[in-house]
Design a binder for this molecule. Structure first.
Ligand code: FO1
Length: 304
């Protein structure tokens, strides 16, 4: 079993590459739910949906979220009625939120609904929300505490962060199968997702950090930074704001206690010695999944 701690688009791309180089039935994605929220009365799960759509071949590759070939008639009508349009929900994407919200209302768990939708869309791996309990990422900033999507989308993460917290984490429990997926894995991969906004909320669920760090020798983390820049989103900025070096070395500091190996891009090869001296193995490769060939090469590297 290969277990992948997963956030959004970077994780989705690596999972798609892993599916093409190994048996999908062996892959479990343990997915961040800290971005999940309710809008228009609908429960929206961005990271689960990005991975689901990507592995179903339905993803909008340009935006990194939502479905390809979307229409926006409902959102347009919502705007005409003065409703919230800051979070763009396509007509087909809305179907996912409608079905999920209805099933949750019938008493299904987030894990069950995720599995039902993934089965319907032909997703070949096992998707596991890290918890079925309420867990919401909060961001303390210079203008106060913000809900995740308010920070990330509404304000385009363009506000300085002093802390990232996870409301409900202490009372949350790992979803069914999550601890087994960590304990039974032959390899645990930390996807190239945002360490603070995607990976930390997974580790914040009691028992998860401990399960991962117990497997440190089999844990391989992929740096989300290439040449001191994040490929997408505020990871570089958050490293700086939260007191880390804005580099693969800073990422190594975040992950050292739980991952025995860090995969970095060739452009950061000069940092390999320093990172090794700090007690992590380092693999240097083309870590930017710019095309299927590079993505498969990265997948093979994290499995090696
Ligand atoms: N991100 C945006 O920057 N703007 C949007 O309008 C937006 C809509 C959206 C709809 C559904 C969905 O699942 C995700 C969506 N996202 C949007 C992405 C999302 O806010 C973040 O990218 C993830 O939460 C971060 O992993």
């Amino acid at each position: 079993m290969i277990t992948v701690l997963s956030g959004g688009v970077g994780a989705a791309r690596l999972l798609a590459a892993l599916v093409s180089v190994t048996d999908p039935a062996q892959i479990d994605a343990v997915v961040n739910v800290g971005d999940d929220f309710v809008l228009h009365g609908l429960t929206i799960c961005p990271d689960l949906d990005t991975i689901t759509y990507t592995l179903a071949g339905l993803a909008n590759e340009e935006t990194g979220w939502g479905r390809r070939g979307e229409t926006w008639r409902t959102m347009t009508a919502v705007g005409e009625l003065g409703g919230a349009t800051w979070f763009a929900l396509g007509d087909q994407d809305l179907a996912t939120h409608l079905v999920r919200t209805q099933r949750l209302g019938e008493g299904a768990t987030k894990s069950e609904v995720t599995r039902e939708i993934a089965a319907r869309l032909g997703v070949p791996i096992t998707l596991r929300p890290v918890t079925d309990d309420p867990l919401a990422t909060l961001v303390d900033t210079e203008i106060g505490t913000l809900d995740f999507q308010d920070y990330f989308v509404r304000r385009a993460h363009d506000v300085a962060v002093t802390a990232v917290r996870f409301r409900g984490a202490d009372a949350s429990r790992p979803a069914p199968g999550v601890l087994a997926a960590l304990n039974d894995a032959t390899r645990i991969i930390i996807a190239p997702s945002n360490p603070f906004l995607s990976i930390e909320p997974i580790l914040a669920v009691p028992g998860v950090r401990e399960a991962v760090s117990a497997r440190r020798e089999d844990v391989v983390a992929v740096s989300p930074l290439v040449g001191n820049h994040a490929l997408k989103g505020p990871a570089a900025r958050l490293l700086d704001e939260l007191g880390y070096a804005v580099s693969a070395e800073g990422v190594a500091d975040v992950y050292r206690s739980i991952a025995g190996t860090l995969v970095i891009d060739e452009s950061d090869a000069s940092m390999a010695t320093a990172i090794r001296d700090q007690g992590m193995n380092v693999r240097v490769t083309t870590s930017v999944m710019a095309n299927p060939v590079h993505a498969r090469a990265l997948a093979r590297t994290v499995l090696a």
